[in-house]
Write a protein that binds this ligand. Structure first.
Ligand code: ZN
Length: 82
């Protein structure tokens, strides 16, 4: 029994998966590979935990501080798909 309900379709069936998360802020992007997420098995909607999103945000701003000149920052993940 899962108490989580999909906001989209109302399904309660989820699967844990790792996915690429694209964080964007004012035209800057950070692609975070292997981000843990819960996927709705019915509609494919992705849900991320709040602390996961916080960590991505923290990392994003840390990168920004060191690379102020870069107007666009993107981290390309390794192609490690099966
Ligand atoms: Zn759903």
């Amino acid at each position: 029994m899962n108490e989580n309900k999909c906001n989209f379709c109302g399904s309660t069936e989820y699967e844990e998966r790792r996915t690429d998360y694209l964080y964007s802020y004012r035209g800057n992007y950070l692609l975070v590979p292997n981000t843990p997420a819960e996927v709705c098995l019915k509609c494919g909607m992705l849900y991320y935990e709040a602390n996961v999103l916080k960590e991505i945000e923290r990392r994003f701003f840390a990168i920004q501080k060191k690379q102020e000149q870069a107007e666009k920052y993107i981290e390309i993940p390794m192609m490690n798909y099966a």
